[in-house]
Design a binder for this molecule. Sequence first.
Ligand code: PLP
Length: 404
Amino acid sequence: MMHISNSLRNHFPLLKKCPETVVYFDNASTTLKPISVINKMNELYTEYPVNVHRGAYRFAEQATRAFEDSRLAVQRFINARSTKEIVFTRGTTDSINLIASSYGRTFLKPGDEILLTQLEHHANIVPWRMLCDRIGSVIKVIPMKRDGELDLSNIKSLITNKTRLVGLVYVSNSLGTINPVAEIIEIAHARGAKVLVDAAQAIAHFPIDVQNLDVDFLCFSGHKMFGPFGIGVLYGKEHLLEGMPPHQGGGGMIQNVNFDEVSYAPLPSKFEAGTPPIASAVGLGEATNFINEIGFKFIQERENLLLSYTLERIKKINGLILYGESKERSAVFAFNLTGVHPHDVTAYLDQKGICIRSGHHCNQPIMTFYQIPAMNRASMSFYNTLEEIDYFIETLKETRKFFS
Ligand code: PLP
């Protein structure tokens, strides 16, 4: 059995500080941040805490280099062709909003269709609803099945010659379902539709190669991949980004400005108006280094072990309803305890040092499907342990007894 060494857990200050008392099972919400990422940001703030792309002095050059090195690290991490395809944003939500307001308002017309799935996070629904309300395009939905997989039986009729864009979550943040993204991209492309993949829950768990996937847009957040808050990425194929107008105007994104006319900076600056979140961007580059050092091979083996170990045990708990049993899935467990309000479950677990979430997890269409207002969710990362899972399972049994 694979054991995780303390030295690996010690990368994370929270786990190091409270090794016995904190079981962090809310990794789908945000992952913990390793000390190397914190130190990298600290280095920027202490040694070259200045703006990028502006000054010609030494510190400004250091900051700019660190910022652009980070973009290069991200490019390599997802195997993009060029750093021009890597736009820094505030996160997944910001990236999707950028596509909806720039690509959507420019290339979609009344009656055009946007195909989403029932598994989408609100971040990949609301910007499209707002766009449709504004320009008269139409949202269609790929339905889900009880086991949490997408029902792709009608996919070929759902993608019509009016479909301009398919918006698809790679891994469901509630149910852990891993969607057959490559297959859907191929079908969409055959009909001339572009595909946006929301990789918020995928990016920290397995390698993504954007060229191999042939995805048009990919969005993710730094804070869900051991990086800082306030930074995210929009990957877009260069020719698509090239054809899109900027969504925001300001400093840093222009070539020439006068009151009658403005010309824009080349990619990716065109989409990065104003002072960027410099330290967070630099921290994100460091987060990719961290993942590369741990290695996806180890991460995947480890998380698959946590997945099978938990599944085997959680299913045996009397009165526990598990939502989502997709064949391809990640270590995310959505459940309810019969007769116990999900918020009571999280509150009880919190008293025992276990951090999980309850609520709709920004997946109200999934709650509608199961006809429930809320569910509990435990989500794991490679640094979690089998001992933590044993303790979690025992505490869940205890919770049920306590409330019955
Ligand atoms: N998409 C998915 C699948 C998510 O899980 C999340 C966050 O939970 C988001 C989008 C939004 O990410 P952010 O809040 O970092 O923009």
